[in-house]
Design a protein around this ligand. Structure first.
Ligand code: GLA
Length: 372
């Protein structure tokens, strides 16, 4: 394994262990996690592999096979760029009172870049999973996910929900992970595409619109303000949608419409999957995309064209996945239509003078685990 070779070369010793944590794609349940709602992601076959040994002192030495310069963090506050995701996990664990020393680490990642498939969550979760074992912390997988989320919220400064880290830590092969983001209860739902003659294509737009004014944080605030106006803890608690919408206006009204209907769509998808009607979830994927585009306003031209052209090419359904403003769309496609979808999407991009998107199938992979 090349992380092990790189570890030997960098630190002149064998690593104590090697761990892997995957990225994720979200089937449905978008921008619902921080509203105490429902999500249904699955882990992708790409992720972050880390060879790690603990150290006697508190120093963290890091090398990534994707980045040239190795980094030595004598203290965690020296972390910059990608190393903050690693340092953040050490920081959260130490703040929580765990006896966590330093470590020598080599990272190897293969999550496609800019695809919005949560490479940062994979990095946090792989480190959390390794430290949990190396320092015998006794954390559950969900506690590792919460640690990773806290690292991202409080150390990196991104106010994300729990979905990405939970998917990376808890997903099971061949299954999607249903999660109630209030109770944190999870259930693995069989999601066997091949036996239904289906593929789930990821269409990586290759774009990332970094909007300067923190659109993600703004959406989160809109939702929290809407819940406050309604006298509720979270938008999850809306039971009478018509009544709620009548009391709201503008952005808060639109965000509420999305979150409440999206939670229902997650439940409907689960019902269909349970019934073995996998093809029928397509219509709900389409509805989710329209809601994210028009009510939640987190799509962009590249995502809309990916979704519209995939459907035109014969997809059963398609939607943007993840936070939005770029990254990837997903399309549910029967085996016979895969080529037609590829061609239609690629042509639509070419007609606009955009670089061809990468298009590849994803099957549900296993969550974080020790490899060696
Ligand atoms: C990002 C966040 C998640 C979630 C999604 C939107 O991926 O990290 O917590 O909010 O956006 O569903």
């Amino acid at each position: 394994m090349r992380v092990v070779e790189a570890f030997r070369e960098s630190y002149g010793a064998e690593p104590v262990g090697v761990w892997h944590a995957p990225g994720r794609v979200n089937l449905i349940g978008e921008h619902t996690d921080y509203n105490d709602g429902f999500v249904l992601p699955f882990a992708v076959p790409w992720g972050v592999t880390a060879a790690i040994s603990p150290r006697e002192d508190e120093v963290v030495r890091l090398r990534s096979l994707q980045v040239d310069e190795p980094v030595t963090l004598a203290t965690l506050d020296q972390a910059e760029g990608w190393t903050r995701y690693v340092a953040g996990v050490f920081w959260v664990l130490r703040e929580a009172g765990h006896q966590v020393g330093g470590a020598d680490v080599v990272i190897d990642g293969d999550v496609p870049q800019g695809a919005g498939l949560s490479s940062s969550a994979a990095l946090e979760v792989v480190v959390g999973t390794a430290l949990n074992e190396l320092y015998e912390l006794g954390l559950t997988k969900m506690e590792i996910a919460l640690t990773a989320q806290k690292a991202e919220n409080d150390f990196v400064g991104m106010p994300c929900g729990i979905m990405d880290q939970a998917a990376s830590a808890l997903a099971e092969e061949g299954k999607a992970l249903f999660m109630d983001c209030r109770s944190l209860s999870t259930r693995s739902i069989p999601f066997d595409l091949a036996s239904h003659g289906l593929q789930l294509l990821i269409i990586n737009t290759g774009v990332r619109h970094e909007l300067p004014d923190g659109q993600y944080a703004r959406r989160r605030r809109d939702c929290e303000n809407a819940a406050k106006h309604l006298g509720l803890d979270a938008l999850r608690d809306v039971t009478d949608l018509g009544g709620a919408l009548a009391r709201l206006s503008g952005d808060e009204r639109r965000r509420t419409q999305h979150v409440v209907t999206e939670n229902h769509r997650v439940e409907a998808v689960i019902g269909l999957l349970r019934a073995g009607a996998v093809r029928e979830i397509g219509a709900l994927l389409n509805a989710s995309h329209l809601s994210l585009r028009d009510q939640f306003e987190v799509s962009c031209a590249e995502l809309d064209v990916a979704v519209e052209s995939a459907v035109k090419g014969g997809a059963r359904g398609a939607r943007m996945t993840g936070g939005g403003f770029g990254g990837s769309a997903i399309a549910l496609v029967t085996d016979e239509r895969v080529e037609s979808v590829r061609e239609t999407v690629t042509r639509a991009y070419a007609e606009r003078g955009w670089a061809a998107p990468e298009i590849y199938p994803a099957t549900p992979a296993a969550g974080a685990r020790r490899l060696v």
